[in-house]
Design a protein around this ligand. Structure first.
Ligand SMILES: Nc1nc2c([nH]c(=O)n2[C@@H]2O[C@H](COP(=O)(O)OP(=O)(O)OP(=O)(O)O)[C@@H](O)[C@H]2O)c(=O)[nH]1
Ligand SMILES: [Mg+2]
Length: 321
């Protein structure tokens, strides 16, 4: 049996989503590969304590604002410069720190744009983490049906000004002419911003109306056999079977709902955070929590391993409060 190594990993992240990678120094296994700063948890240490110590030792900084994220297990084979081992990686976001970055182990640093990583090779255990980081923490869902078009468009503009980067247009009440007209307005409003829009419909409809992505409901997900080309693809899931299907198809992300009870689906009880966390354990596809979410739930969702939260009324209402 290979040994299990527990590791604390620091994702230094800037408000615009850029994150820091470092090259593994000569003399360590997998030298030259890119990784997040971090290292082995010593006996008697919590993962959060190890995170601070490793940041001080490797980077000369002290994290002041941290947030636990995904835990990930990975089996490394033996290589020319390292023995076989299984790692349990405890990823943390580090949003703020004291001190200036220093390469205390002779490593190189590279800040990465979330959608345009430009250093390779990155340690293989990190591939799903980079996929998740290419998506923003908040996924908005439109609500023209309840708010009316002018109020919704105003609220959308305010969210775009505040940095919204991912939007699902979901208006099943509209006929195709009304949907085309609304889509044109939304896409025009979003165009100057760094915000990707997905249509909740078929991939053909999404492409035809000029969207960058499609959001599949669970029925469309189950009927699909290959990921549609040329689109960012998300899917709504309500159980493990659907999550696994989304992962097998290599979709870009999934939603899992309902986590908490919600006004839009009053008949459904929420699964709660514990079951939500269990369902995400071991999955590689990025997942957003949906159902009763408000902006204040983000840290809780991420501590369960989610990429972030998806919100409909919780988002548009938050800014009116
Ligand atoms: N730091 C770090 N380690 C990672 C990442 N991804 C990943 O699989 N690992 C693995 O986790 C383990 C961390 O070990 P490390 O070499 O950084 O440990 P350390 O800083 O305590 O140094 P040491 O070698 O002096 O004990 C390695 O097996 C490494 O391959 C990552 O993004 N960052
Ligand atoms: Mg290290």
């Amino acid at each position: 049996m290979t040994k299990l190594v527990q590791v604390a990993v620091a994702i230094l992240i800037r408000p615009n989503g850029e994150y820091l990678l470092a090259s593994r120094p000569q003399g360590k296994g997998w030298a030259g590969w890119w990784e997040f700063p971090g290292g082995k948890i010593e006996s008697g240490e919590t993962p959060a304590q190890a995170l601070i110590r490793e940041a001080q030792e490797e980077l000369g900084i002290t994290p002041t604002q941290t947030q636990p994220w995904i835990k990930r297990r990975y089996d490394y084979p033996a290589t020319h410069d390292a023995e076989a081992k299984t790692v349990l990686l405890h990823f943390f976001f580090v949003h703020a720190w004291q001190g200036a970055l220093q390469a205390r182990e002779g490593q190189q640093f590279a800040w990465q744009h979330p959608q345009i990583g430009n250093v390779t090779p990155v340690l293989p255990a990190n591939a799903p983490i980079m996929q998740a980081l290419s998506l923003p923490p908040v996924y908005a869902i439109s609500n023209v049906q309840e708010m009316g078009e002018p109020t919704f468009l105003q609220a959308l503009k305010r969210q775009l000004d505040q940095g919204l980067q991912l939007l699902q247009v979901r208006e099943p009440q509209l006929d195709s002419a009304a949907l085309a007209q609304l889509s044109e307005q939304i896409l025009q409003l979003c165009a100057p911003y760094d915000c990707r829009c997905l249509l909740n419909a078929s991939p053909e409809q999404a492409l035809q109306l000029g969207y960058q992505g499609v959001h599949l409901n669970s029925q469309r997900l189950l009927a699909m056999s290959v990921k549609p080309d040329h689109l960012l693809v998300g899917a709504s899931c309500h159980n493990l079977e659907q999550l696994q299907k989304a992962q097998t198809l290599q979709l870009d992300f999934a939603l899992l709902s309902p986590v908490l009870p919600t006004k839009s689906h009053p008949e459904a009880a929420g699964m709660g955070w514990e079951i939500f966390e269990d369902m995400l354990n071991g999955l590689e596809i990025p997942v957003y929590a949906l159902g009763g979410m408000r902006p204040t739930h983000l840290a809780q969702a991420q501590a369960c391993g989610a990429r972030g939260i998806a919100m409909q009324s919780g988002l548009w209402q938050a800014q009116l409060a």
